[in-house]
Design a protein around this ligand. Structure first.
Ligand code: GAL
Length: 670
């Protein structure tokens, strides 16, 4: 049994039957069976059809849809339908529409148009969720609850009066007193001292830079306000259907929501991933997202939406070349997804997404797209035994949302070129290229299962987090501009690296951001040349060995990389971190899947006993697998000439290098 009640890997997509006459539904289920669809997501935007008037429900059509799906062996990821409040609710309560930072109240006519703090909206969603749960509690098609949709999509924050009240409540809980708030927000600066709670407002558009701590608290609050919407619905679902798992679809590496907190509130993590087919490095970004999803609960997750081919929301929507949909889907499975789901099943004929690709395109079954859908369905079936298996990683990249929010505060930082997602990718990409499994982890989690922990940046670092890092027994690599501020975004006494000073044995005297296009040379003690871009620091090594020094310019001869015990500090952003990374990997005794490197564009992931080799390139690739891979040595009785089987083809593979065709994959099983 996988994540839901459906065995094996899930295969399917968003299904919007309300956009089609009922005659089409029969064709839908027939073709779903042909493609091997096992689950579809239904009713995501159906509120106005399910509750056409206040308290008046029309479940008839959904009854028929669910019955029909069940009769054809298709399970339902049933949405609570609360992503778009219906027109009657919006017109009765115009105040539930969100207000942007400039004070404009947004009109009905799109989706996700609600104020997360609106009690009217929340109460209405809970009523609908209860009605759905009570109606379908015993329906055999119900496999998974899908609450809302992509929280923070379109509406990540609302600046209305109701949100202001909710923000004040949230602030009172966090800071207790107005003095507490004044001190945390540093209101002595720029004359912002508050004398009454009613004076405190959301960080609306102001004449100049907004107080950064106000903004940091606002981001925390906005994530929590949306989470409260999710939790209110989840509570009802758990009360009525305690055994049905609950999820909401995440949006990959997203700044707006603290997914550590969110993941803890759901039964399974699901994600919507839309790598851009026009980006040749899209698979690396996707891999990072998938590893984040796998790490959030440290269990299999579910790719709940992806594009069969083109999306409709980029400026230029490039379709996926033949084979790429399959390859991207297999990639998600390699990184721990227990299924492959798409947006959407049947391509729409109207609305903003009529040009968004679908499993079944406008052209019907006589299309390349449909043939690839059917092929992929068969592949997913062949991989059924992969469901439920997990990945062990030796390396963790630290990610903390508070720190991310602090780092990216507008108009007040030494440089706005430090973007956390890019900093993560800077380390993730070379690890990925070496076939090394990576987890993401929050800085306060028990890290003892890892051998190498990398903090690309920990701008905001609390004493508790620093203590956790100090207790970590493995190799630690801390990137620049870390340990700068505390939880209130106040600079630590004595400056960076603040609470990490004892652990790292260094002091940062000065930040020296590098102008765009500029570089600063760095040379290691053994003579390796590195290039700093974007960032450098005037660093003093107080109780640390110097591993590399700056060369040239005002920093000439000063420490650039230091080590104290097992903890390395990097005071610059390396253009290519490979030499430093390889040193850390060797010291931690970590090698990739092949023991050597991987050909360009090839990805190698272990998941349980399986080894996925994915060739994202357009040329055949020879992967130099060692004669015996780890799981094989665990099976000494396996025949010597055909030790591995490709699950996708059923073909045995001889020991040694494996050739992977362009845009193809093999899934090796010992
Ligand atoms: C997602 C959304 C879907 C659909 C899809 C198109 O953001 O959840 O409903 O709009 O994008 O790519």
């Amino acid at each position: 049994m996988g994540l839901t009640r459906v065995p094996g890997l899930l295969f399917g997509g968003d299904y919007n039957p309300e956009q089609w006459p009922e005659e089409v539904w029969q064709e839908d289920v027939r073709l779903m069976a042909e493609a091997g669809v096992t689950m579809v997501t239904v009713a995501v935007f159906s509120w106005s059809r399910l509750e056409p008037a206040p308290g008046v429900y029309d479940f008839g059509w959904l009854d028929r849809v669910l019955d029909m799906l069940h009769a054809h062996g298709v399970a339902a990821d049933l949405a609570t339908a609360t992503a778009t409040p219906p027109p009657w609710l919006v017109r009765r309560h115009p105040e539930i529409r969100p207000v942007d930072a400039a004070g404009t109240r947004l009109e009905f006519g799109s989706r996700q148009g609600y104020c997360p703090s609106s009690p009217v909206f929340r109460a209405a969603t809970v009523r609908l969720a209860r009605a759905l749960a009570e109606r379908y509690r015993d329906h055999p098609a119900l496999a998974l609850w899908h609450v809302g949709n992509e929280y923070a999509d379109h509406t990540a924050e609302c600046f209305c009066e109701e949100s202001a009240r909710d923000f004040r409540r949230w602030l009172q809980e966090r800071h207790r007193t107005l003095d507490g708030l004044n001190s945390a927000w540093g209101t002595s600066c720029w004359g912002q001292h508050y004398t009454d709670w009613t004076q405190v407002e959301p960080p609306r558009k102001a004449p100049g830079p907004v107080n950064p701590t106000q903004l940091l608290d606002w981001r925390r609050f906005s994530s929590d306000a949306l989470l409260a919407c999710f939790e209110a619905e989840r509570e009802v679902l758990k009360e009525v259907t305690p055994d049905v798992p609950v999820t909401t679809n995440f949006m990959s590496v997203l700044r707006d929501l603290d997914y550590w907190k969110w993941a803890a509130a759901e039964d399974l993590v699901s994600d919507d991933a839309y790598p851009d087919p026009a980006d040749p490095r899209a698979h690396v970004r996707a891999a990072l997202s998938y590893d984040l999803m796998r790490s959030l609960k440290r269990q299999p997750w579910l790719l709940l939406e992806s594009a069969p081919s083109a999306v409709s929301w980029r400026a230029v929507n490039v379709p996926k070349d033949p084979g790429v949909m399959r390859l991207h889907s297999l990639q998600a499975l390699a990184h721990g997804s227990d299924g492959v789901m798409f947006f959407q099943w049947r391509q729409a004929r109207y609305g903003p997404e009529k040009f968004h690709s679908a499993m079944l395109p406008h052209g019907g079954t006589r299309t390349r797209q449909w043939r690839e859908t059917v092929t992929l369905g068969a592949d997913v079936r062949r991989l059924a035994e992969v469901a439920g298996t997990t990945t062990e990683a030796d390396v963790a990249l630290l990610l903390d949302w508070d720190s991310w929010w602090g780092l990216e505060a507008p108009e007040s930082m030494p440089s706005d070129r430090l973007r956390l997602h890019e900093l993560l990718l800077g380390w993730y990409a070379p690890l990925h290229a070496r076939g090394i499994a990576v987890d993401l982890a929050p800085p306060d989690r028990d890290l003892s299962s890892y051998r190498l922990v990398i903090a690309p940046n920990l701008y905001l670092c609390t004493p508790g987090q620093a203590a956790n890092l100090a207790a970590f027994p493995g190799r630690l690599l801390v990137g620049p501009f870390s340990g700068v501020v505390d939880a209130a975004d106040h600079v630590h006494d004595g400056g960076a690296p603040g609470p990490l000073r004892d652990l790292l044995g260094v002091r940062v005297e000065e930040c020296r951001p590098i102008p765009d296009g500029g570089t600063q040379e760095v040379v290691t003690v053994d003579g390796t040349r590195l290039l700093a871009r974007t960032w450098s620091e005037w660093l003093t090594a107080e109780d640390a060995e110097v591993l590399a020094r700056y060369r040239g310019g005002p920093l000439d001869g000063r420490p650039a990389v230091t080590r104290r015990g097992a903890a390395t500090y990097l005071s610059f952003l390396p253009e290519d971190p490979a030499p430093l990374l390889d040193e850390a990997l060797a010291a931690a005794g970590i090698t990739g899947v092949t023991g050597a490197g991987l050909p360009e564009g090839v990805e190698a992931c272990r998941r349980g006993p399986y080894l996925f080799l994915l060739n994202h390139g357009t040329e055949p690739a020879v992967v130099p697998l060692p004669a015996r891979t780890e799981p094989v040595t665990a099976l000494p009785t396996a025949p010597p000439t055909a030790l591995l089987t490709d699950l996708l083809t059923g073909r045995p593979l001889p020991v040694g290098p494996v050739t992977v065709a362009p845009r193809d994959a093999v899934v090796l099983k010992p």
